[in-house]
Unconditional design. Sequence first.
Length: 82
Amino acid sequence: MGRMLIFILIGYFIYLLVKKSSAGKIGKKQEKVEEETFRDPVCGVYVAADDAVIGRHDGARIHFCSMACLEKYQEQVAHTPA
């Protein structure tokens, strides 16, 4: 009977330790950060607004993943008949 009581107490203390160590992980809510993304019209990559290279065409803002894609787009527009 004495051994059983000791095992129950040890089990209870282990339970408390596990509960305390995992309480911080479970109790915190993960915040979901949603950034506005745009699709690069040249290569099709999605880019966050903060990371985008911005160009303009006919007054509209166009978001690109890099200067290379912006330059390719400008070349395509220049060669397209109006």
